[in-house]
Design a binder for this molecule. Structure first.
Ligand SMILES: O=C(O)C1=C[C@@H](OP(=O)(O)O)[C@@H](O)[C@H](O)C1
Ligand SMILES: C=C(OP(=O)(O)O)C(=O)O
Length: 391
């Protein structure tokens, strides 16, 4: 599948794609209690999570996890809590992603990358590094909730902290108690309640619509989001888009974005919000001067080496950038028409889509967006994007 995009103007209202992170967490709740869900994302990653949790509950000992590292790194502690022996595998993007933090977990692992066999059991307390991924810690919270109680000590530096708070909130919504005090997390789960609800919108995925509006002199109202919580997270993108010069605010769970023509260089740390890097890079591409994405070294271990694929995508649209000591620097200006093949990374395809909305372009292997947001191309079209989708 490929898409051809002509310069467009994004204008209108769109429902935010349901949150991948919350969708996967709600699916994992079915390991703990009875769950009924509406508005589950119809994305590859959520489908993988549903199949994995279902298979685990049915006693199967082989799981296929596609490209979803969230599902992978969350399910490993759960397998240990269950005292099971399970073989895990995934697609070629997941097979390249490191699992070095496994050495902190009390289990036998046939490898530190997929395919692997996991077996073992969980003690009352686990110590684990916090740098590689927050997903292990989210998995340990579920694992200890499954056991009833447990403690986790996270060894700093801690990355993607907001996702740990998100997990704590989700467990709290069924009556579990997760206390986070600095590096210490305690989990207590007794008499859990049933869970029913719908999956709210995803700020990181919505940010591609917001940036598309800013890049094309347009405006967009993105609905079905959730009230920004107090802790750090992808919802902070609302503030970042505003700091870059656009009108950007959330009112009654709707994110309103309007291009003002004002362009202000920004420097942001993505240590806690790594998924924002691709859409922010597209925004920075049109901001004259130098903008910076800091603490970005972990982007190398996402679906693609995102430091390389972000810089390559910018270069495809005539925008120069560089990387040094954890910081991506984008020299913004006026992009030119570009062509990109999706590097098996959904967010890079969406980043290219945003740039192409401004100057025209072609994205091949464009079906890669199905990992998190299969409706991306049709949503852009509904918002005024001049897009030809070639199945
Ligand atoms: O817990 C989650 O839902 C996620 C955590 C993040 O990964 P890291 O914790 O590895 O940064 C993020 O990149 C991923 O898309 C979703
Ligand atoms: C890195 C991502 O997801 P995961 O880690 O779950 O594969 C992502 O969605 O950008």
């Amino acid at each position: 599948m490929f898409v051809e995009i002509e310069p467009s103007r994004i204008k209108g209202r769109v429902k935010a794609p349901p949150s991948k992170s919350l969708g996967i967490r709600y699916v994992f709740l079915s390991l703990l209690t009875e769950v009924s869900l509406e508005n589950l994302p119809e994305s590859d990653d959520v489908r993988v999570a549903i199949n994995a949790v279902k298979s685990l509950k049915e006693g199967k000992d082989e799981l296929y996890l596609g490209g979803s590292a969230t599902t992978l790194r969350m399910i490993i502690p759960v397998i240990l809590a269950m005292g099971r022996r399970v073989k895990l595998d995934g697609d070629d993007t997941l097979r390249r992603r490191p699992l070095n933090a496994l050495r902190w977990l009390p289990g036998k692992f046939s490898s530190n990358s997929l395919p692997m066999t996991v077996e073992g059991s969980l003690g009352p307390e686990t110590q684990i590094e916090g740098w590689e991924s927050s997903q292990y810690i989210s998995g340990l919270i579920y694992a200890y909730c499954l056991r009833g109680e447990g403690r986790i000590r996270v060894i700093p530096p801690i990355s993607s902290r907001g996702y740990i708070f998100m997990t704590a909130d989700v467990i709290s919504s069924i009556g579990g108690k997760v206390t986070i005090q600095g590096e210490e997390i305690t989990v207590e789960c007794r008499n859990l309640r049933k869970f029913g609800g719908s999956v709210p919108g995803d700020y990181a995925l919505a940010s591609f619509y917001a940036v598309g509006a800013v890049l094309t002199g347009g405006e967009v109202e993105i609905t079905n989001l959730y009230a920004p919580p107090s802790y750090v997270g992808d919802h902070d993108v609302v503030r970042m888009v505003k700091e870059a010069g656009a009108e950007s605010y959330v009112s009654e769970n709707r994110w309103i974005v309007r291009d003002t023509g004002v362009r202000v260089p920004i420097s942001v740390s993505i240590n806690d919000v790594p998924d924002l890097a691709p859409s922010l890079a597209a925004l920075m591409a049109v901001i004259p001067g130098e903008s910076r994405i800091m603490d970005s070294e972990r982007l190398r271990i996402k679906e693609s080496d995102r430091i390389s694929t972000i810089l390559n995508t910018l270069a495809s649209f005539g925008i120069s950038g560089s990387y040094s000591a954890g910081t991506i620097t984008v020299k913004g200006g006026e992009p030119r028409r570009g062509e990109v093949e999706c590097p098996k990374d959904h967010r890079i395809a969406m980043m290219a889509g945003d740039l192409a909305l401004r100057v025209g372009g072609k994205i091949t292997s464009a079906e890669c967006v199905n990992k998190s947001n299969p409706g991306y191309w049709s949503d852009l079209s509904a918002l005024g994007g001049k897009i030809r989708i070639h199945e």
